[in-house]
Design a protein around this ligand. Structure first.
Ligand code: NAI
Length: 322
């Protein structure tokens, strides 16, 4: 097995050592990169190093550890850092993973802008903040982009690369190559759009699922089966466009045969749902019943945080979806 010193091709700084920062650290180390892990809370870094050790050892035992190096070798590539400048010094790539808050991220990128040399790539893990807002006014804007992973990044390979209008093509190319090198599956968005690609597709599906349940066409459980035992199986292997191509004698034939039917159905789609009220209660209740049959929850339980926290971006993107 190659030694870490031999295989390590350069340094990466991961800023923010929560859920996503930890996963990035594992991915970069799996490909032999030295990783400096920085967090505003030094306790977070300490905890991250402990949990990374546990997880990587477990992955090694079960045969799922990524990369050519053993867990100890990969762990020796990851170090905690209590100073942002020290973390970024000499890095070829900085992956920002602080909470999804525009002001917080803008403040951090302003700090990084002062520290950065003219070569390092400054990349944000943001799920839905637009690069034009994140990187506005930075001297190193050409070196900035969003590289949005899908949780959990160690197991889900997609990364959406979203440029600022002034991002240099070389920045996107370098990040694309880096993502491939760590085993991820990068896609390039040619320009920024609210929700990027993944969440626009996801929200379109959620919106129609919601309308079908709201209009009493199908129960929440059956709606989910339509995806998990139907469409989802297909889409786990091929995307919607390739599906169209394969469902006929090529794409042109598909459009010829099915476009009128598709347009007729699409014209019946309703407006952006409110994602509240009786339908929210009904769906919520449905899943509570499945998960916690005894005793039943009281009807005034709030929506789980992960659902309520997503409502605003969901509605914002749906309103921009043409
Ligand atoms: P988290 O809350 O688990 O971790 C954030 C970390 O950032 C914490 O350890 C916190 O102490 C640290 N932090 C806060 N301010 C800081 C600063 N100024 N400098 C350095 N560290 C600082 O958050 P999570 O879930 O890891 O999310 C990070 C980013 O990744 C967000 O932008 C999020 O939208 C994005 N993302 C999250 C996904 C998810 O499912 N959790 C999926 C894809 C992207």
């Amino acid at each position: 097995m190659a030694s870490p010193g031999f295989s390590a091709p350069g340094g990466v700084a991961v800023v923010g050592s929560g859920l996503i920062g930890r996963s990035w650290a594992m991915l970069f180390a799996s490909a032999g990169f030295r990783v400096k892990l920085f967090d505003i809370e030094s306790r977070q870094v300490t905890d991250a190093l402990v949990s990374l050790r546990k997880e990587m050892k477990m992955l090694e035992l079960s045969g799922y550890l990524k990369g050519q190096l053993g867990a100890e070798e990969q762990l020796s590539l990851i170090s905690g850092c209590s100073d942002l400048r020290e973390a970024v010094e000499g890095a070829l790539h900085v992956q920002e993973c602080v909470p999804e808050n525009l002001e917080l991220k803008r403040k951090l990128f302003a700090q990084l802008d002062k520290i950065a040399d003219d070569h390092v790539v400054l990349s944000s893990s943001s799920s839905c903040l637009l690069p034009s807002k994140l990187f506005a006014g930075l001297a190193h804007v050409k070196q900035c982009l969003v590289a949005h992973p899908v949780n959990p990044p160690y197991y889900v390979p997609l990364v959406e690369l979203v440029p600022h209008p002034e991002t240099a093509p070389a920045t996107v190319d370098r990040t694309y190559a880096l993502m491939r090198r760590v085993g991820q599956s990068p896609v390039r968005l040619l320009r920024e759009v609210d929700g990027f690609a993944l969440n626009r597709l996801q929200y379109a599906v959620i919106a129609e699922a919601w309308r079908l349940v709201e209009e009493g066409v199908v129960s929440p459980g059956d709606l989910d089966l339509v995806m998990s035992d139907g469409l989802g199986l297909r889409y786990a292997f091929i995307g919607p466009l390739e599906t169209m191509h394969l469902n006929a004698e090529g794409m042109l034939s598909y459009c010829d045969r099915y476009s009128e039917g598709m347009k007729r159905v699409l014209k019946t789609f309703g407006p952006v749902p409110e994602f509240s009220g009786a339908t929210a209660e009904k769906v919520h209740q449905n899943y509570w019943e499945h998960r916690a049959p005894t005793p039943g929850p009281s009807s005034d339980l709030p929506l789980p945080e992960e659902v309520s926290g997503c409502l605003l971006p969901l509605k914002t993107v749906l309103k921009t979806t043409g």
